[in-house]
Design a protein around this ligand. Structure first.
Ligand code: ADP
Ligand code: ASP
Ligand code: MG
Length: 413
């Protein structure tokens, strides 16, 4: 018995039959004596369809209006689930982001939750209602509707769990847990029983979309236990928890990829102090998510600077860099949208050398060219050609023995 926040993703609420299935699962948890808050996504494909419509109207939709539009997908699923729960004999109510007290900053399409006023949700919970909350959306202090970035319903769920001091947050999706890599790309991938907050954070930020990065940040900061499970089949799922000593034994726990990045290069930049600060100052103005940065060593007094950004932000990054190029006297700005990123993650890397070397040689043996590299204590990441990504993922997954029945890549004792 306790308070549980459950979240169901787009595939899990993909049509009315599936919504009835969700109602049945929620009903079981309620009958077991729990208080329940259920966060929903839009039906799968809906958010994409809404975005497409906006671009049929204009190439540059206002981000405020885009948020008004794309937040509607979740408005469809929540009343349907509330009705399905009522039909099963439960008290249930659906609430929008605003009605749930989810306040954010004003950074439209990627807003951050700033506070949650839980009074309304708590009131209904105390009246024995199942509270069904629209994921992905909030409201800024000026009453504008905002959205939390793609995959943002995960963040709604974990943030609500934290604010309500729930016992746990259950994320129901179309896979039965977090795997050693995307099981839809590598059938040999294995489900992990437990993964540390820190590893999950790296995995999410490197592109494993099973959890949105900010949801993991919330979970880690407030030590909220999160479990990822399938909506369609029973199973233990994967617990995202604090690091345990046994996790250290595994050198590499997962391979992650991201095909939604673009590389922008500013060519012929004068090689003198203060230039990078100027360029990145301009980029930072629009809060573009710059990931990797590389500065080529110039043979003359010129240099090139390349950076990777989410593909959705590449156009904006290009126009800001063109402005920067003018200001610092650079020659031109180039864009390469045919890149991808592959990464390995594992807390065991902290105390072991040679992992990066093995990563590079596995790619080299497969004739895959590395364009950019970035590392941290627990990850190695490379930019390669997008067309090589799937092959690289399979090679790394096999090369670090992550699949099959054999032992995973363990540290020598
Ligand atoms: P939802 O709509 O339920 O939020 P998502 O599509 O956002 O679901 O996330 C689930 C998907 O994440 C899976 O279908 C899978 O393709 C992908 N994925 C990527 N990396 C992993 C991983 N390491 N483990 C499990 N799933 C992963
Ligand atoms: N519907 C939103 C999206 O597709 C949010 C979510 O599903 O988490 O990104
Ligand atoms: Mg998702």
């Amino acid at each position: 018995m306790g308070l549980i926040v459950q979240k169901y993703g787009g595939t899990s609420v993909g049509d009315t039959e599936r919504i009835k299935n969700v109602a049945y699962k929620v009903s079981l948890a309620k009958q077991a004596g729990n208080k329940l808050v259920v966060v929903l996504s839009a039906m799968s494909g809906q958010t994409d369809a809404l975005i497409k419509m906006a671009y049929q109207i204009t190439d540059e939709p206002s981000e405020r209006e885009l948020d008004m539009l794309i937040s509607t997908g979740e408005r469809v699923t929540i009343p349907l689930l509330a009705m399905a729960l009522q039909k099963l004999g439960h008290k249930a109510i659906s609430l929008t982001g605003r009605q749930s007290g989810i306040f954010t900053d004003s950074m439209h399409t990627k807003a951050r939750i700033t506070r949650i006023a839980v009074e309304n949700v708590s009131k209904y919970l105390n009246e024995d209602c199942i509270v069904v909350v629209a994921g992905f959306q909030g409201i800024d202090e000026g009453s504008n509707v905002t959205t939390l970035g793609r995959g943002g319903s995960d963040t709604t769920a974990v943030a609500l769990a934290v604010a309500l001091r729930a016992d746990k947050c259950e994320i129901y999706t179309d896979v039965d847990g977090v795997y050693t890599t995307d099981p839809n790309i590598v059938p040999q991938a294995r489900r992990l029983d437990r993964v540390s907050y820190e590893e999950m954070l790296e995995m999410a930020s490197l592109g494993a979309k099973v959890l949105q990065t900010r949801s993991v940040e919330f979970a880690a900061k407030y030590k909220m236990p999160v479990v990822v499970k399938s909506s369609f089949k029973e199973g233990a799922g994967t617990w995202v928890v604090e690091e345990e000593p046994s996790m250290e034994k595994v050198l590499v726990s997962s391979v992650v990829f991201d095909k939604n990045q673009a590389k922008v290069t500013i060519v012929g930049v004068p090689d003198k102090p203060g230039i990078a600060a100027k360029i990145f100052g301009i980029i930072a103005r629009e809060e573009i998510n710059v990931d990797m940065i590389i500065q080529n060593v110039g043979t003359t007094d010129m240099t090139d600077i390349s950076l990777t950004v989410p593909r959705a932000e590449a156009g904006k990054a290009m126009s800001l860099l063109n402005e920067a190029a003018k200001e610092v006297g650079a020659k031109k700005v180039l864009i390469d949208e045919e890149i991808g990123k592959v990464s390995i993650v594992g807390v065991g890397m902290r105390s072991h050398t040679g992992v990066a070397a093995k990563f590079f040689s596995l790619l080299a043996d497969a004739n895959i060219n590395i364009e950019m590299i970035s590392t941290s204590e627990i990850k190695v990441s490379c930019v390669i050609k997008r067309g090589d990504v799937d092959r690289a993922v399979r090679i790394l997954h096999a090369g670090f023995n992550l699949g099959g029945e054999g032992p995973r890549s363990e540290k020598p004792h």
